[in-house]
Design a protein around this ligand. Structure first.
Ligand code: ZN
Length: 142
């Protein structure tokens, strides 16, 4: 099953997980001017080419080219997919992901539910998915 989070929610999760603080819990970062640098967690190196940019809340490794936001960092570091990474960061920042859906999503769900109920009803009535030919007795007994 595919799940999607609204973009605003992803943005909020990103803003609640400061990249310097997050990456700093995995990598020993040193301040370098406006940015921070450290040894890249994705490739082996002796001098730090891994850089964190607080202003853009992003990271980039000049050694291996790895880069992105907190979400990409966690995806690669924790071996998660995008959705799992978003959930990981939400939990980390104490956010509860809303059960509530957007009006468009609820509408879509309602339509799907109605369709499913109709199908179930038709199935019960033997109008659908019947492999055997319908027999008249089946109805006269009930
Ligand atoms: Zn690297």
């Amino acid at each position: 099953s595919r799940m999607r989070f609204p973009r605003e929610l992803v943005e909020e999760i990103r803003s609640r997980n400061d990249i310097v603080e997050l990456i700093g819990s995995y990598v020993n970062l040193k301040r370098a001017g406006a940015n921070y640098s450290g040894l890249c967690p994705y490739h082996s190196e002796k001098s730090p080419s891994f850089t964190v940019f607080p202003a853009t809340q992003s990271f980039y490794c000049f050694g291996c080219g790895a880069g992105g936001t907190v979400i990409q960092f966690i995806m690669a570091k924790e071996n998660l997919d995008f959705m799992e990474s978003v959930k990981f960061l939400a939990q980390r920042s104490g956010m509860t992901l809303p059960e509530r859906q957007t009006p468009a999503q609820s509408r879509e769900m309602a339509i799907r539910r109605d369709k499913k109920e109709r199908m179930l009803q038709m199935h019960k009535e033997g109008l659908l998915f019947s492999k055997k030919p319908l027999k008249v007795e089946q109805y006269s007994n009930s």
